[in-house]
Design a protein around this ligand. Structure first.
Ligand code: NAP
Length: 430
């Protein structure tokens, strides 16, 4: 028997398990520090994007196969070390994603009211680490920094009416806070221009169909229309949306203003954020942004930086600090240790990008471990955890938690998530 441990039960973890599970004589343990599976699908993908979240059914199919086991509420690094795992399993695959924000490194970034997207997204998605975030929604202005899809998610969630969350699984605390929100002007800051955005057309197009909010683009920021021809088709569609927002400014109570060529340089306020000082930029021949010295201020009670994520390092595991990911040779980190998904390549691509990534790592693992080295595998992990009085949450337990969340759903929503580890465990009688 070959034994593989996958650390992290998000898309990269389950796609890797799915590919490995097809091999003979293999037992796969998917370990997660939370009592609930699916990582980014549960706590990263926006609650109003249920069709994307539906991929969890596929992971459930994998989790229910005989040779795959979910080991929840076990923290690698605290409850069990990487060294212990590599001595118990033929291969250990790090699928830990990139749950930490890249820091917004400007003066004033530590003022209360400045948060990262991991925290804000975690808050509206009921991640136990961020359920108590309580973001300030009491001022009309909000600044969202970054021109990627996360910035779009954040702006859209801030702009929606309570009714527009029908059918979503936004958690009640976020829905209630957002329905009392004073937010009226959302600025999305891009340090470069419309041709350099990292926003996909479907996500950008959604901003044009919001009930009480309308997107605004300054026509002066748009390049000549003829220049769109050199863009790849997806980008061209995204830019077409921006052109249509610029051409048809619709009067609605909430505005989502795209500030292009706009780099935040300082955040100011007396004890909390009150305004962001923004410097206008220009691009050089390599399309890098440079400040022009011209600045303006945006009044804001909340700043959310959506400038990318990083993987938390693990002591003893090679790490690329500049890239915020594990250092690996195409996924091989150390003998017996691999990385996959965002932990390997950094936070890029869609959920689906993790499928070929998982398949490639699975192939590599199978090639490297041969018939296995007769390691203790899951029986060894069980003994080690029992010795430490740690009782993992099983997939069967998770299904009880899930049933309780479905039973608690309000107004036809798919579920009302538990937002603390204690509440998750209470649902299984612990
Ligand atoms: P992203 O796509 O890498 O975008 C990050 C943005 O932050 C870029 O516009 C970048 O600008 C900007 N930025 C970086 N450092 C900055 C700084 N110091 N100051 C100002 N701006 C800065 O990251 P993301 O939005 O976090 O998304 C992560 C991944 O998840 C992406 O692959 C995304 O497509 C995916 N995602 C997909 C969906 C969906 O499909 N619905 C939803 C959410 C996320 P520069 O280009 O100038 O560096």
């Amino acid at each position: 028997m070959r034994h593989v441990a996958i650390v992290g039960s998000g898309p990269a973890g389950y796609y890797t398990a799915e590919a490995l599970q097809k091999a003979d004589d293999i037992a796969i343990d998917v370990i997660d520090r939370l009592p609930v599976p699916y990582g980014l699908i549960r706590t990263g993908v926006a609650p109003d994007h249920q069709s994307i979240k539906a991929v969890s059914r596929r992971y459930e199919g994998v989790a229910l196969t005989d040779n795959v086991r979910f080991v929840g509420h076990v923290s690698v690094g605290t409850d069990v070390s990487i060294d212990e795992l590599t001595s118990l399993y033929d291969a250990v695959v790090l699928a830990t994603g990139a749950p930490h924000d890249r820091p917004l490194d400007i003066p004033g970034a530590s003022l209360p009211g400045v948060i990262g997207s991991a925290a804000f997204v975690g808050w509206y998605n009921g991640h136990p680490d961020f359920a108590k975030l309580d973001p300030s929604l009491d001022a009309p202005g909000v600044v969202v920094v970054g021109n990627g899809n996360v910035a779009l998610d954040v702006a859209r969630i801030l702009a929606k009416t309570p009714e527009e969350f029908a059918g979503s699984d936004i958690v009640s605390h976020a829905r209630a806070a957002l329905s009392d929100s004073a937010v009226r002007e959302i600025h999305i800051l891009g340090r470069r221009g419309p041709h350099q955005i990292a926003m996909t057309p479907k996500e950008l197009g959604e901003l044009g169909h919001l009930e009480r909010a309308s997107p605004r683009v300054d026509p002066a920021d748009l390049p000549d229309e003829g220049d769109d021809a050199m863009l790849e088709p997806g980008m061209r569609k995204s830019v077409t949306h921006l052109r249509s927002f610029a051409a048809n400014p619709v009067a609605k109570p909430v505005t989502i203003e795209f500030d292009f060529f706009a780099m935040p340089v300082r955040i100011e306020g007396d004890g909390r954020v009150e305004r962001v000082i923004v410097e206008r930029t220009t691009l050089d021949a390599d399309l890098r942004s440079h400040g022009t010295g011209e600045t303006y201020a945006i009044d804001a009670g909340l700043v959310i930086s959506c400038i990318g994520y990083q993987t938390p390092p693990i002591p003893g595991v090679p790490y690329e600090h500049g890239r915020g990911r594990f250092a690996s040779d195409e996924g091989r980190v150390l003998p017996g240790l691999y990385a996959v998904g965002w932990a390997r390549r950094g936070p890029s691509g869609t959920i689906g990008t993790n499928k070929p990534d998982g398949a490639r790592i699975a192939e590599m693992v199978l090639e490297d471990i041969g018939r296995g080295a007769g390691k203790a595998g899951r029986a060894g992990l069980d003994a080690l955890l029992a010795n430490r009085d740690i009782v993992p949450v099983t997939f069967r337990d998770w299904r009880k938690i899930e049933a309780a969340e479905i039973a608690a759903a309000l107004d036809g929503n798919p579920r009302e998530k538990f937002t603390s580890v204690e509440a998750m465990l209470a649902a299984i009688g612990r």
